[in-house]
Design a binder for this molecule. Structure first.
Ligand code: DP6
Length: 332
């Protein structure tokens, strides 16, 4: 690139988080963020990471802010280095991003953040890549981001370097996810360290790996059949088994709060009343409940009684990353 050190125009992109219904928890022995378990996920609507991206020809200018807060460059360096290698370009990135939902609180903000970056940085370089290629690039930032480059439903197989689509956004239009945000502060242990600690120290980790393929197969079939009950049972088994590896890690990881347990119990009561309310959780205290449009209000009412000081969000099935403006990309 030229020696005059110019920065280029900005490009603004948005991506939505990927909520795992059956979890990625543990890494394959080789490769960066290659999963040890097969995960099945849905991309969520309404929640967004928006990244404003500028290209610079100065390596020392590469930086990322999230909500105006400068981020640790080491977290992003492998992602950007791999992106440069894939694109075969000496380009560095200046990124300002924001999340429309709490960051680092177990709402999969790293999945949407790196999906937005994979999509936006390659677009800024004048490249329009198919989602499979973006998936491979996004994975290096965060494993779950490999799924968030697709809208709709996805599978990320154990040992794979990219996620694949399972069903389109329109496949299950009346599916809703009710999110009980019981605490929106950032977590004290990152999902990556909790995952690695579980793998390294939990006596249940090997059993968790053995069970994961069956859970994923059942969940995928249930999505194709739009069978929320079969999906709900597989989801519940997946998140509780994942947490079993955290509770038995050394030292253990506890993300749960009293309100978390209250919401889980409220879901059980709703199911006893015939309401489809199937919960899942990630690396944080929030509870995400799968239901249908007809029952979303009943679910909010049921969990609102026990988590009345928290925020409740209702979202649906979301779309793939997209460009939402800016002042144009880099010269092609
Ligand atoms: C509990 O994708 O954040 O949300 O690959 O190390 O960045 P890294 O981990 P990350 O882990 C996600 C864990 C999870 C389950 C899931 O999304 O499948």
């Amino acid at each position: 690139m030229g020696a005059e050190h110019k920065t280029h125009q900005t490009l603004r992109c948005a991506a939505s988080p990927s909520l795992a219904l059956v979890k990625y928890w543990g890494k394959w022995n080789e490769g960066v963020n290659v999963p040890a378990t097969t995960s099945i996920a849905v991309t969520l609507s309404h929640l967004e990471s928006v990244a404003e991206i500028r290209i610079t020809d100065r390596a020392d200018q590469e930086c990322v802010t999230v909500g105006g807060v400068p981020q640790d460059g080491a977290r992003y360096a492998p992602f950007f280095a791999n992106l440069r290698a894939e694109a075969r370009r000496d380009a560095w990135f200046m990124v300002d991003s924001i999340n429309s939902f709490p960051t680092g609180a177990g709402l999969a903000s790293s999945s949407s953040a790196f999906a937005a970056l994979a999509f936006g940085c390659t677009r800024s370089l004048g490249m329009t890549l198919p989602p499979e290629k973006l998936s491979r690039i996004a994975r290096v930032g965060s494993g779950s981001a490999a799924r968030a480059v697709y809208g709709g439903f996805t599978r990320f197989s154990a040992g794979a370097e990219l996620a694949e689509p399972v069903a389109a956004q329109s496949h299950w239009a009346d599916l809703r996810v009710v999110i009980a945000v019981v605490d929106c502060g950032p977590k004290t242990v990152s999902s990556r360290s909790a995952m690695n600690r579980s793998a390294d120290t939990s006596v249940y980790y090997s059993r968790w790996i053995e069970c994961s393929e069956d859970l994923a197969a059942r969940a995928e079939r249930a999505i194709l059949d739009r069978d929320i009950e079969v999906l709900g049972v597989a989801m519940r088994q997946s998140y509780l088994r994942m947490f079993a590896t955290m509770f038995t890690a050394e030292p253990p990881v506890f993300y749960w709060l009293p309100e978390t347990v209250a919401v889980i119990r409220a879901c059980e009561q709703l199911r006893q009343q015939g309401v489809p309310a199937w919960e899942t959780m990630d690396a944080g205290p929030q509870v995400k409940i799968l239901t249908t449009a007809d029952y979303a209000y009943r679910v909010c009412e049921g969990i609102g009684r026990v988590a009345d000081h928290g925020e409740i969000l209702v979202v649906g099935v979301g779309a793939a990353p997209r460009e939402i403006g800016g002042t144009g990309g880099a010269p092609r």
